[in-house]
Write a protein of this length. Structure first.
Length: 181
């Protein structure tokens, strides 16, 4: 992501990369070590994105958004809003009501976080992005204060409906992102 963004030119097309990661905690630039509550053998990787600490693992859909915000006439706030809206609409397609929280980027179902956002903007271009919990082991979240919030509950799509297929969810998410971005 960093190399792609550093090498971008005026003609470089925007890209969205979808993947899942092996178990890892990532800590953003503002990350405070006290938000890692205990060592459970999962590595902690410091990243250059915004935000605190979160967990990534198999069954979680990660979308890296490599976008030229200037070309799209987007502010960071508008980008965050459009990413969140894409997830909210994805969830609505499954009959699930997703919401935003003021001052806490991401998407929530009731009081539990289902999608985390963490971006880096460099030279008017974004990288990093979105992590959507689909069908994963949520236990590692208990070893952290997710996104820096003590006691933050997390949930996943498979707990709210019968969907467990990351490829299908990824295709649907891409459709929403393409419409909003």
């Amino acid at each position: 992501m960093q190399a792609f963004t550093a090498a971008r030119g005026e003609e470089t097309l925007d890209e969205v990369w979808l993947c899942q990661h092996p178990p890892v905690f990532t800590q953003g630039l503002a990350g405070k070590p006290e938000h890692l509550l205990r060592d459970i053998g999962i590595p902690v990787v410091k990243t250059d994105r915004g935000g605190q600490i979160t967990y990534h693992g198999p069954g979680q859909l990660v979308a890296y958004l490599l976008l030229d915000l200037r070309r799209r006439n987007l502010t960071v706030k508008a980008l965050v809003n459009r990413i969140e809206q894409s997830v909210i609409e994805l969830l609505a397609g499954y009959g699930i009501t997703g919401t935003r929280r003021v001052g806490a980027p991401g998407v929530y179902v009731d009081h539990a976080k289902i999608a985390a956002l963490g971006l880096k903007i460099k030279n008017g271009c974004s990288y990093h992005g979105l992590a959507l919990n689909v069908a994963m082991d949520l236990a590692p979240f208990s070893a952290i204060n997710p996104c820096g919030y003590e006691g933050m509950e997390v949930t996943q799509l498979s707990a709210l409906c019968s969907e467990t297929n990351l490829d299908r969810v990824g295709d649907r998410l891409l459709g929403h992102l393409e419409r909003h971005l």
